[in-house]
Ligand binder design. Structure first.
Ligand code: GAP
Length: 510
């Protein structure tokens, strides 16, 4: 646990030190759970968004993208169910005066039991060496089975209580599990209450209840209310999808874990409209395709897992999360929901406009069913960034910090480094920079010894360092150093563009 905490602290401090992420309004002591992306963070974030957009919109002929407004008619949130049901169950500790989400306290308790299973496995793996069979161990070891039974019982009980909206039962579960406040260490809890997560604001000059607007808590509704506009103007045929990337806002009460849970964040969502009755088949397909999208980043498969929901949201008939092993354990990264015809039907009802599709093959009109894929940009950033950040010990015993980002997501693709600040090398380096800068994001750096410059580029994830030396002026070749292997090779300046293109391929989902 201490190691996990240290690793996470390192992620947060590295992100700040190198200009990836800053606390918002820092000179005014910050604003809770709001963050700003710095000069490098913005590049990485834009590259992540571009990877998603290309995989969803560019590579699928039947998916188009929109950009709807954040402000929307207030009735939309009544229709979607957010005014009445977008709540978190909250509980206060009377001694520390700290407020917690009841479900998060229970999940954290489960995570501790999962940690015990992990430790049992690690111990056994050490004991049995190569002969260790994890699958066999977790299905037969008595202690692991007992821990797993406990987890299943808690999850079932929790789902049962939430489905029945039994807040007293939820408090009792917290007491029964002996969960204590992490600050005060006591079990002196208040009752559990529901708390709406939407931020409200006012529009126009007349102060009246009807002018209350909400900052959207998800981008999805902007897609649903534009369903007919897009379908008709784009002559879209079912099955088809509408994608969107945009800001969302939630008044998260337990806002911690850096950019994992923010009050202002960004989502990449896609609603896929299908024939009624086919939705579970499409759900399965999207569930698989979205995991492939993650795996194409080159992060090992064991860092991901599905978590099928026991408690379904009010609009869903199937739902799963893709969870990622963050430095603080497995947590939701993406949600995939089969949302039925709930949203379109509700917007038809509340707006009085028929949101249907005429299927010429079936010669009938129906309200399409929807599969949603919804992923947070910031959580994806955190997953990729925290996995990429490593401290390595090199053969000579020295250490380096390296950010092994997938090359096509890295903020800078290459650094151009004149070996010394004289003898015409800076001029030659600038010439190379000018030749390549329309194709690639580059950084020019002539300050400090070359070794220190390499380390700086390693720490910000630059996949290639291009060094211009005295020989370059004679043979028109440069030294290209690979960030991960640290191998160097001589490449002719004429071949540099092709070399970089070949080694910085866009990621594609197979
Ligand atoms: N339209 C469905 C929807 O919004 P969700 O599971 O509430 O579903 C989808 O959110 C994704 O948005 C999550 O998997 C997560 O990646 C991201 N997300 C949600 N709340 C967030 C927050 N407070 N901070 C950062 N990301 C968040």
């Amino acid at each position: 646990m201490a190691n996990q905490e240290d690793a996470f602290k390192k992620v947060v401090s590295h992100a700040k030190e190198y200009g990836f992420i800053f606390p918002s309004s820092e000179i005014y002591d910050g604003l809770g759970a709001v963050y700003d992306y710095g000069q490098l963070g913005t590049e990485l974030k834009n590259n992540i968004k571009q990877y998603w957009w290309k995989s969803m919109v560019q590579y699928h002929e039947n998916i188009v993208g929109i950009d709807s407004a954040i402000f929307m008619h207030p009735k939309i949130w009544k229709a979607s169910g957010h005014v009445d049901a977008f709540n978190d169950p909250l509980i206060d500790n009377k001694d520390s005066k700290k407020r917690y989400r009841a479900d998060v306290l229970i999940e954290d308790h489960i995570a501790k039991i999962e940690d015990k299973i992990k430790k049992e496995c690690e111990k056994a793996a050490k004991r049995f060496g190569d002969a260790f069979d994890r699958e066999q161990f977790i299905t037969t070891n008595a202690r692991v089975l007992e821990h797993q039974k406990q987890i299943d019982e808690i999850r079932n009980k929790y789902a049962e209580l939430m489905n029945a909206n039994d807040l007293d039962g939820l408090k009792q579960l917290i007491l029964d599990l002996g969960i204590v406040c992490p600050i005060s260490g006591t079990r002196n809890w208040t009752d559990v209450r529901q708390f709406n997560l939407m931020f409200a604001t006012k529009m126009g000059s007349v102060i009246d209840d009807s002018d209350t607007l909400y900052l959207r808590p998800e981008t999805a509704q902007g897609i649903f209310v534009n369903f007919l506009n897009v379908q008709k103007s784009g002559r879209m045929k079912i099955p088809f999808g509408i994608a969107q990337i945009g800001k969302a806002f939630r008044n998260e009460i337990v806002a911690r874990q850096f950019i994992f849970r923010m009050r202002e964040f960004e989502q990449m969502e896609m609603q896929f409209f299908v024939r009624p009755g086919t939705e579970l088949e499409w759900f399965k397909q999207w569930k698989e395709e979205r995991l492939r999208w993650h795996l194409a980043l080159g992060i090992p498969a064991e860092k991901y897992r599905y978590h099928d929901h026991e408690k379904l949201a009010h609009y869903a008939n199937a739902a799963t999360d893709i969870e990622f092993e963050f430095p603080f354990g497995f947590k939701e990264l993406e949600g995939i929901h089969s949302r039925t015809d709930f949203d379109l039907s509700r917007h038809s009802e509340f707006s009085g406009k028929k949101l249907q599709y005429f299927d010429s093959e079936l010669n009938e009109s129906y309200t399409p069913y929807v599969i949603e894929t919804s992923i947070g940009v910031d959580r994806t950033f955190l997953a990729i960034f925290s996995h990429a950040l490593k401290d390595e010990t090199l053969e000579d015993g020295s250490t380096r910090t390296v950010l092994s980002l997938p090359a096509c997501l890295a903020p800078y693709k290459a650094a151009i480094l004149p070996l010394v600040k004289k003898d015409g090398l800076p001029e030659k380096a600038r010439e190379i920079m000018d030749m390549l800068k329309f194709d690639f994001m580059l950084q020019y750096d002539e300050k400090d010894a070359i070794g220190r410059r390499y380390r700086r580029q390693d720490a910000i994830g630059t996949p290639f360092c291009i060094t211009v030396d005295n020989d370059t002026l004679q043979d028109n070749c440069v030294t290209v150093r690979d960030r991960d292997t640290m191998q160097q090779e001589r490449i002719s300046v004429e071949n540099l563009r092709a070399y970089l293109h070949e080694h910085i391929q866009p990621i594609t989902v197979k």
